[in-house]
Design a protein around this ligand. Structure first.
Ligand code: C2E
Ligand code: CA
Ligand code: CA
Length: 589
C-alpha cells in the first residue's frame, strides 16, 4: 500500500511511461527507506471509519511502543491508550479524522509493557491525485522526557529544595482547597505552625551544613508522622507548617500536637553528640479563628509567637486576645533583643559648653538604633518599650560601657579630657548593684570617675528617697558626678532635694524654650538661683537661639547644650568638633 498511499502517482506524459515508472520505483524506495530510518514512530492507517485500521508502522514505532508490526497491522490504534480513554486529545484526533483534515494532540499512550509515554501525535489525510482520501499518515513524538522535566520543574516550584517538603506556595494552595471542602462539608481545619526554638544556636555550633542536616531530619520525621490527608510544609528557615484538613472533632486532640512535639524532641545524633531540639507551636482553626488562607496563617503565626515568647517548648491555640497589636509589640520586643546581640546600637554625643569660657567641657551620650530596615531610630522610638520589657538594663549597661570606652579612647588619642554624661533609667537604678557596676567598669576601662556623669530624673530618685540617697551616695563616693535631668518637670520636694547627694540640675528644654516669654524667664532664673543656693551647678538643655544663650549667661547659668551649638553627632564627627573650644558666634567671652 505504501506506493499508492503516501505518494500518489505522478502524472506521466505518454511515451515516457517506462522511464517514469523506473524513476518512480526508485523514489518510492527512497521514501520507504526514509520512513524506515526515521527516529519518530510513523503509522499509516486506512481512511475507513470507524476502525481506521493500521496498514503500516515503521521500526521506530516498534522500538518506542514495544509492539511489532505484525502485532499491530490490521488493528485500530486505540489499543495504545489502553483503558485510559478519558483524554481530551482523543476527541481532537477523532474530530480531525471525521473531518478528514490534519490534527494533533498530546496523548497518554502505553507501551506493550504497560509503561506510560507521552505521545504528541500528528495526523494528516493522504489523497490521490483526483482528491480521493485513501489513508491517514500519523507521526508520533515521544515527549515523555520533556514532560518529566516539566513535572520536575513544577515539583521544584512547589517544594522546598533542602527538605523536599511542600513549600509555602503549595501549602497555601492546599489550604485554599481545604477551606473550600470544609465549607461544603461543614468540617474543620487546623493549621499548626511549628517553629524550632533557638535554632540559631544550632547553626552557630554546627555550622550551616549541620543546621541543614537537623532541618532535614526534622522534616523527614514530620512528614512521616502526619496522617494521610495532612500536609507538612516548610514555611521558613526554621519553621514548618502542618495542615490538618477534614477534622471533625471540635478540638484538635492535644495528642496530635504532643506527637509533633515528641517528634521534634527526639534526640538527633550529629558528630557523636546527641542533640535535643524543642519547638513552639501555634495553632489556628477554621472556621473559628479565620475563614480565609491569610487570616488562618497569620493567627497560627501569632499563636506560635506567643508560645515562643513564653519560653518555647509548648503549643498555643490562637485566642481572640492575641491580636495584631500584641503581635507587633512582641515582634518589636524580639527585634530589640536581637539588636543587642547584633550590636545595632550606636551612641551619638552632644557637646556641653561652659558658659563662662565657651569651651566644650562635656558631652551627653545619646543612644540610637541603627535598625536594619527602618534606618537610624531615635531613643523615643524604642526606649519606652525597652523600659517596659526590662531590656533597658542591658541596653543601658551597653551605653554606659561604650560611652566610657569612647571617652577613654579620645583621651588616649590626646584629646583634652572632658566628661561624658550617661542617662540612667529607673530600672538600672533599682537593681541595687549600680555603684559596684559603675566602679567595675571605670576601673576596667581606666577612666577616672570625674570624667563620668550620670543623669537621673527627679521622679526616679523621689520614688524611694531613702534608697535614692543611698545609691547616689555610693556613686558620689566613687567620684562620679550626678545630674538631675529634666529638672522642673517632675515633682521634686525641695526638702528632699537638699538631702540628695547630687551635683547638677539640668533645666528642662521646655523652660529654656520659654525664655523671652515673661514667665518663662522668671522660672529659669529661679531654678538657677535655687541650684546655686544648694551649691549645685546648672546646665541648660535645648538651647536653640542666641537670645536664650544671652539670657542664660546673664543669669549665670553654668553650662549649656543645644542645637544652637550642636546637635548630638556620631563619634567621628564629635572628635572633629572638640578641638574647637569657643562658641562660634553671637556671644563674646
Ligand atoms: P534627654 O536626656 O533629655 O536628652 C536630650 C534630648 O534633647 C536628646 O534627644 C537631644 O537630642 C535633644 N536635644 C538636645 N538639644 C536640643 C535642642 O536644642 N533642641 C531640641 N529640640 N532638642 C534637643 P534624644 O537623643 O532624642 O533623646 C531623647 C531622650 O531619650 C533623652 O532625653 C533621654 O531621656 C532618652 N535617652 C537617650 N539616650 C538614652 C540612654 O542611653 N539611656 C536612657 N535610659 N535614656 C536615653
Ligand atoms: Ca539626659
Ligand atoms: Ca533632659
Amino acid at each position: 500500500m505504501l506506493t499508492n498511499a503516501v505518494y500518489p502517482p505522478h502524472a506521466v506524459p505518454p511515451g515516457e511511461a517506462s522511464v517514469a515508472l523506473g524513476r518512480m520505483a526508485m523514489e518510492l524506495s527512497a521514501y520507504k527507506s526514509a520512513l524506515e530510518a526515521s527516529a519518530n514512530a510513523m503509522v499509516i492507517t486506512r481512511a475507513v471509519a470507524p476502525h481506521f485500521i493500521i496498514e503500516y508502522v515503521n521500526p521506530a514505532f516498534e522500538r518506542i511502543t514495544g509492539y511489532t508490526a505484525a502485532e499491530v497491522v490490521g488493528r485500530n490504534c486505540n489499543f495504545l491508550q489502553g483503558d485510559d480513554r478519558n483524554q481530551a486529545g482523543i476527541d481532537e484526533i477523532r474530530l480531525a479524522l471525521r473531518e478528514q483534515r490534519a490534527g494533533n494532540a498530546v496523548l497518554r499512550n502505553y507501551r506493550k509493557d504497560g509503561t506510560l509515554f507521552w505521545n504528541h501525535l500528528f495526523v494528516a489525510p493522504v489523497r490521490s491525485a483526483d482528491g480521493v482520501l485513501s489513508h491517514f499518515v500519523a507521526s508520533q513524538y515521544d515527549i515523555t522526557e520533556a514532560r518529566q522535566r516539566e513535572a520536575q520543574l513544577l515539583h521544584l516550584a512547589h517544594h522546598d529544595e533542602l527538605t523536599g517538603l511542600p513549600n509555602r506556595a503549595l501549602l497555601r494552595d492546599r489550604l485554599l482547597h481545604a477551606i473550600a471542602a470544609a465549607r461544603r462539608n461543614g468540617s474543620r481545619i487546623w493549621i499548626a505552625f511549628v517553629s524550632l526554638d533557638r535554632f540559631k544556636a544550632i547553626n552557630d555550633s554546627f555550622g550551616h551544613g549541620g543546621g541543614d542536616k537537623f532541618l532535614k531530619v526534622i522534616a523527614a520525621r514530620l512528614h512521616g508522622d502526619i496522617r494521610g490527608g495532612d500536609t507538612a510544609a516548610r514555611w521558613g528557615s526554621d519553621e514548618f507548617a502542618i495542615l490538618m484538613p477534614e477534622q471533625n472533632e471540635d478540638q484538635l486532640a492535644n495528642a496530635a500536637l504532643e506527637r509533633i512535639m515528641a517528634v521534634v524532641n527526639t534526640a538527633i545524633r550529629y558528630e557523636g553528640q546527641e542533640v535535643v531540639l524543642t519547638c513552639s507551636i501555634g495553632v489556628a482553626g477554621y472556621p473559628d479563628d479565620g475563614l480565609d488562607v491569610d487570616s488562618l496563617l497569620e493567627r497560627a503565626d501569632i499563636a506560635a509567637f506567643h508560645a515562643k515568647n513564653e519560653g518555647g517548648n509548648r503549643f498555643h491555640f490562637h485566642t481572640p486576645g492575641m491580636n495584631q497589636k500584641a503581635l507587633a509589640r512582641l515582634r518589636a520586643e524580639a527585634d530589640l533583643r536581637l539588636a543587642l546581640q547584633r550590636d545595632e546600637f550606636v551612641l551619638h554625643y552632644q557637646p556641653q559648653l561652659d558658659l563662662a569660657t565657651g569651651r566644650i567641657i562635656g558631652m551627653e551620650a545619646l543612644v540610637r538604633w541603627q535598625h536594619p530596615e527602618r534606618g537610624l531610630l531615635g531613643p523615643l522610638e524604642f526606649i519606652g518599650l525597652a523600659e517596659e520589657t526590662g531590656l533597658i538594663v542591658p541596653i543601658g549597661n551597653w551605653v554606659l560601657r561604650t560611652a566610657c570606652v569612647q571617652n577613654r579612647q579620645w583621651q588616649h588619642e590626646g584629646l583634652r579630657h572632658i566628661r561624658v554624661a550617661v542617662n540612667l533609667s529607673a530600672r538600672q537604678f533599682v537593681l541595687g548593684d549600680l555603684a559596684e557596676l559603675v566602679a567595675a567598669i571605670l576601673s576596667e576601662i581606666g577612666l577616672s570617675p570625674g570624667d563620668l556623669e550620670l543623669e537621673l530624673t527627679e521622679s526616679l530618685v523621689m520614688n524611694d528617697v531613702e534608697r535614692g540617697i543611698g545609691v547616689l551616695g555610693a556613686l558620689k563616693q566613687l567620684g562620679v558626678r550626678i545630674a538631675v535631668d529634666d529638672f522642673g518637670t517632675g515633682y521634686s520636694s525641695l526638702a528632699y532635694l537638699r538631702r540628695l547627694p547630687i551635683d547638677v540640675l539640668k533645666i528642662d528644654r521646655s523652660f529654656v524654650s520659654d525664655i523671652g516669654s515673661g514667665d518663662g524667664d522668671a522660672i529659669v532664673a529661679a531654678i538657677i538661683a535655687l541650684a546655686h543656693t544648694l551649691k549645685l551647678k546648672v546646665v541648660a538643655e535645648g538651647v536653640e537661639t542666641v537670645e536664650q544663650l544671652d539670657y542664660l549667661r546673664v543669669n549665670q547659668c553654668d553650662e549649656m547644650q543645644g542645637y544652637y551649638f550642636s546637635k548630638a553627632v556620631c563619634a567621628d564627627a564629635f572628635a572633629e568638633l572638640s578641638p574647637c573650644v569657643r562658641l562660634l558666634v553671637g556671644c563674646v567671652f
